[in-house]
Design a protein around this ligand. Sequence first.
Ligand SMILES: *Cc1c(COP(=O)(O)O)cnc(C)c1O
Length: 406
Amino acid sequence: MPEDLINSFMTGPDENGRFGDFGGRFVSETLMPLILELEQQYEHAKTDESFWAEMDHLWTHYVGRPSPLYFAERLTDRLGGAKVYMKRDELNHTGAHKINNVLGQILLARRMGKSRIIAETGAGQHGVATATVCAKFGLRCIVYMGAHDVERQSPNVFRMRLLGAEVVPVTSGRGTLKDAMNDALRDWVTNVRDTFYCIGTVAGPHPYPAMVRDFQSIIGKEVRRQMLEAEGRLPDTLVAAIGGGSNAMGLFHPFLDDPDVAIVGVEAGGKGVDEKMEHCASLTGGRPGVLHGNRTYLLQDDDGQILEGYSISAGLDYPGIGPEHSWLHDVGRATYVSVTDAEALEAFQLCCEMEGIIPALEPSHALAHVMRMAPGLPRDHVICMNMCGRGDKDIFTVARALGHDI
Ligand SMILES: *Cc1c(COP(=O)(O)O)cnc(C)c1O
């Protein structure tokens, strides 16, 4: 490794897909050739200017990038401390950051000559983004979804079907997101020739965590440029919510080698991070183990059984966290905290009232942490939080939680 990169946080993963003790590729022998081919093709695409030119074009004309960096003036005044900026990724087509990554993977699938796209989804947001891009390119789309989630997330199931996707309810195991991931992997092995597996967060076997991070890094790259324009310097603190960790990794990665930029990931604390495990805080309340082809922090019981986790926000209830976050946590480059349902709900309401922005419940967790820290910081401290999704999808959940019948 060149001398000047030895102390870099940005060079991972290593050639085995490891971030320190985390990541890797824990997959069956039959999957290995698929993963290796994908890695080779991605390595090739990554250095091909025409690949990124096509991405840029679609980011501009289909997704609506760059998303604005917005100074939340009334919220800042209200909190009475640090300046709060929001990266407005909720303004993307389909209402969240997920499409940044889906576009990248589907352009790669097209280069590889694959005509059938499979995905797994929990809350349905990744399924909708995948179905959207498949419709745009006329590709077959099959989405695996836990049977229980199919019931709870019926609007997203209907959206996917409108977009032409086939939604497959998964009843194996306990019919959860974890079981849907297993079925998607099985499908991939069975249909190697024409199928591409599109993963929705910075998890899965190598090269997925690095590849998804690279596609989402457009968020942090834009923030660097926009913050230099707005403030003439880099932000002091970055804050993002973490389900699997893709919107967070996308914001954080371009800043990892800027030691003056503090980095905070916010996990879903549900009803509280304690032994009852009614939360989704994999790092703050879990232990290392293997899931979905990589080693990382997971929610598990004493026997190593993966736990489902709970959060008011369906998009945060992934039982693990991307391996790069586990490593950043272990080496101390990033800090991870948790926020409860109640705190997120309060932030949700304040954001609506003070800024005229209805946030998704996921970024409401990030905002809740901003509300905790901003009042105690000086007025020239600059915070940037990732507003990674809009809240239209969450109004029924919020109404119920606030005791309204709508
Ligand atoms: C899916 C989703 C998340 C969680 O996924 P990450 O990979 O952690 O980003 C967070 N926010 C929104 C709006 C989502 O749709």
